[in-house]
Design a protein around this ligand. Sequence first.
Ligand SMILES: NC(=O)c1ccc[n+]([C@@H]2O[C@H](COP(=O)([O-])OP(=O)(O)OC[C@H]3O[C@@H](n4cnc5c(N)ncnc54)[C@H](OP(=O)(O)O)[C@@H]3O)[C@@H](O)[C@H]2O)c1
Length: 258
Amino acid sequence: MDIPQIGFGTWTLKGKECIEAVKEAILLGYRHIDTAQMYGNEIEVGKAIKESNINRKDIFITTKICAPNTTYELTKKAVFQSLENLGLDYIDLVLIHEPYSTFTEMYKALEELKNKGIIRFIGVSNFNKQEILKLLKNCAIKPYVNQIEMHIFYQQENYRSFLHELGIRVVAWSPLCANPKEIIDNLILTDISRKYYKSNVQIALKFLLQNDVVIIPKTIHKDRMKENLNIMDFSLSNEDIEKIKLLDQNKSKFGWYY
Ligand SMILES: NC(=O)c1ccc[n+]([C@@H]2O[C@H](COP(=O)([O-])OP(=O)(O)OC[C@H]3O[C@@H](n4cnc5c(N)ncnc54)[C@H](OP(=O)(O)O)[C@@H]3O)[C@@H](O)[C@H]2O)c1
C-alpha cells in the first residue's frame, strides 16, 4: 500500500479525545494516520486502530523519532518503543522528525530496520535542500517522503519541484495553517469556492492535492473530517490554480525555513 494522499493529523490530540477522533476518522474512510513520539499519543492511536477493527494491512501509519533519541542505538530503541506503543508488528512509515546533527546515523538505523521488514518506508521531516542533499550522499535508501510545512500561504513551489524531481514525496504538515481562519476569511478563495460548491478549506486542500502533495489535516469534529475528505470529486481549473498561486506569502507561519 502506497501512502494515501489524504491522511489524518493527530498533533495536539490526547487521551480519550484522541482515541475517539482517530476511530471516527477511520470510520469515515481515512486510511492514513500521522502520529509522532513527540505528540505523546501513539498508545491512543494504536488503541483507536485496534478498536476500529480495521484490517491492519488497510491502514497506513506514520510515526516520527525525535530528540533525545538521536543516536544510531537510541533510534533503533525508539522504533521498538513506537511498535510497542502502537501495538503493531510493523510501521508503514518512520520519519526523523527534525534535521538533528546526527541525522545520518539515525537514518542508518532506520535503513536497517526497513531491511528487516519492521518498517515499510523511511523518510524525513523538516529537512531543507542542503540536508536532503547531504542525506542522499550518505544513504543507501532514498527517503520516501519529506514532511514539511506547506499550505496556500507557504507553497514552496521550487522546493516541492526539487523534491519531486528526486522522486521524494512531499507531505504537507499544517495544510490548514494550524488555524484556518485566514483561509476561511480569504475573499479570493470564497470567490473560487462558490464555483465548485465547496468551502474555502476544501479549495485550499485541493490545491495541495493537485500539486501532488500528501495532506494530513487534523480536526476533532466529525463534520470537518468529512469536509476535509470530500475533495476528490472536483478539479480546480488552471485559471483558479493560478489565482491561488498568487496567495503565496513565501514565508513560514511557524519560523521554519527551507
Ligand atoms: N512534522 C512536523 O514537524 C509537523 C508539524 C506540525 C504538524 N504536523 C502534522 O500535521 C498535522 C496537521 O497539522 P496541524 O494539526 O498543525 O494543523 P492543520 O491540520 O493545518 O489545522 C488544524 C486546525 O484546523 C481546524 N480545522 C480542521 N479542519 C477544519 C475545517 N474543515 N474547518 C474549519 N477548521 C478546521 C482544526 O480545529 P478542530 O480540531 O477544532 O476542528 C485545527 O484547529 C498535525 O496534526 C501533525 O500530524 C507535523
